[in-house]
Write a protein that binds this ligand. Structure first.
Ligand code: HEM
Ligand code: HEM
Length: 136
């Protein structure tokens, strides 16, 4: 059963996103780089990446199982795509730690866009898997 590792990864995505978004809601501005909020976000973001890598590693030996194949190609493709987006998103986030970076605004927008894409794709991955499980 690799599904628990998927739930840990999904939960960490939500928790990681809550920090910068919560700061913005509370303070009405972005959390500056170097603040405890962003530092905690970077650590949580890295933990999130590791959790998605572990989940992917754990499902690899089970890819022939009913849980994996039974949910269909779309559930599977969503997982694989989420993995790629996670790598791009983490890379963008690591670059954002430099407050003097020239193309910061653009990189930040990309980090935010890939965060939304990641959340939506993971949602699709999970909904498709759960639906297949309840039907089967
Ligand atoms: C960002 C990355 C990912 C996240 C957050 C994620 C999330 C999840 C979650 C929450 C579940 C549990 C759903 C349930 O209880 O049925 C799950 C299950 C699963 N995921 Fe992912 N996933 C990711 C990437 C991947 C990738 C890359 C693959 C395949 C290469 C994959 C394949 C699977 C499979 C086969 C299951 C079913 C496992 C089982 O029920 O034993 N996932 N995933
Ligand atoms: C390797 C992992 C990660 C690193 C290194 C990282 C780094 C950063 C940094 C440095 C910022 C501050 C950007 C700025 O205002 O200048 C930021 C913002 C943000 N991050 Fe991450 N992050 C990571 C993962 C994640 C994850 C997993 C999510 C959730 C899906 C996420 C969502 C966000 C959001 C929504 C913002 C706010 C963007 C904005 O206000 O425009 N990040 N991240």
């Amino acid at each position: 059963m690799a599904s628990w590792s998927g739930w840990i990864a999904a939960l960490l995505i939500v928790i990681a996103a809550t920090l910068p978004l919560g700061f913005r809601l509370r303070e009405g501005k972005r959390a500056p780089v170097g603040t405890p909020t962003v530092r905690a976000h970077v650590l949580l973001g890295l933990a999130t990446s590791i959790a998605t890598f572990v989940h992917t590693g754990l499902v690899l030996p089970e890819l022939g199982s009913d849980a994996a194949v039974g949910a269909g190609g779309l559930a599977f493709a969503a997982g694989a795509f989420a993995f790629l987006v996670m790598i791009a998103h983490g890379g963008l986030g690591l670059g954002l730690r430099d407050p003097k970076r020239r193309d910061r605004a653009q990189q930040r927008r990309r980090h935010a866009t890939t965060a939304v894409v990641l959340a939506l794709i993971v949602l699709a991955h999970v909904v498709l898997l759960l639906r297949a499980r309840h039907q089967g």
